[in-house]
Design a protein around this ligand. Structure first.
Ligand SMILES: [Zn+2]
Length: 275
């Protein structure tokens, strides 16, 4: 007798939990963008799937003028829709930058908080068309999210790309490096900064790859990245937080890591200019 009402309740709860609002996530940013001199909302790549219409949110944060050419960095989150922590971290990061624009001096940041909008909404790793979008890049993909993101990555020719993820099999923070040789020297201090909030994954094998001090030098094929033949190679970092830890700490750890990457890369560019 009790079984049926019990099941109904669980199903309803599951449905409520599974539906996440992109509008709610972005509303503080859109509010800031209305009056900010630094932050611009620039959604792109409208597409339709399953009778529903989606677009990819994008924000530009233009920091105070630095050296010569502004450094263009792309920050990406939630290409896996069931890893929303990166999206919330980017909202926090932009809110912080709005209060302290100096942190972004010399930068033009391109922020993509929700790279898989349908997945984010439904709390699924895959897109609504059932694809792991993070295996589709530069691979003749026809997925609309991937085509739109590839176009952005291609046209802006970023100096650096950072992708945010959270891993349900890891009990610590870790990251992947590729691209420019300096990348490892950006990730090391970024992980140090994150480690003030969460432990670092020190396992010799993480996600099936050899790892050292929480740093992996290989990555799966087709992940969101710079075009394979782009030269000079930008730095490319993937940051992973332990999904089972409190969300607040994961967000703070990612914000601290991103702040560190901007500070360290700025130092590197200034040093290189004086060589
Ligand atoms: Zn992921």
């Amino acid at each position: 007798m009790n079984t049926i009402p019990q099941l109904t309740t669980n199903k309803t709860t599951a449905r409520i939990r599974a539906s996440r609002s992109i509008a709610d996530l972005l509303s503080p940013l859109n509010q800031i963008a209305e009056t900010s001199v630094n932050l611009i909302a620039k959604p792109f790549g409208r597409f339709e799937v399953g009778g529903e219409s989606f677009e990819l949110p994008c924000y530009l944060f233009i920091g105070p003028r630095g050296g010569d050419e502004p450094l263009r960095i792309g920050l990406f989150a939630a290409i896996h829709g069931d890893e929303p922590v990166g999206a919330y971290a980017l909202v926090k990061f932009l809110t912080l930058l709005e209060q302290a624009p100096e942190l972004a001096r010399g930068y033009c940041l391109f922020i993509y908080p929700v790279c898989n909008p349908a997945g984010f909404q439904n709390n699924t790793r895959y897109s609504l068309r059932g694809r792991d979008l993070n295996r589709e890049f530069w691979n003749n993909s026809t997925e609309p999210e991937v085509l739109a993101l590839q176009w952005e990555i291609w046209t802006h020719a970023f100096h650096g790309l950072v992708a945010l993820h959270s891993d349900d099999t890891s009990d610590g923070v870790y990251g992947y490096v590729s691209g420019a040789t300096l990348t490892k020297h950006l990730l090391e201090p970024a992980l140090d900064a994150a480690e003030l909030l969460l432990p670092r994954n020190q396992n010799p094998i993480i996600d099936g790859f050899n790892a050292r001090n929480g740093i992996i030098r290989q990555r799966p094929c087709g992940v969101l990245s710079a075009p394979p033949k782009s030269r000079p190679r930008p730095f490319e970092i993937i940051l992973e937080t332990p999904q089972a830890t409190p969300q607040f700490l994961q967000e703070q750890a990612l914000v601290a890591a991103l702040q560190t990457i901007l500070a360290e890369y700025r130092k590197f560019i200034a040093y290189a200019a004086n060589l």
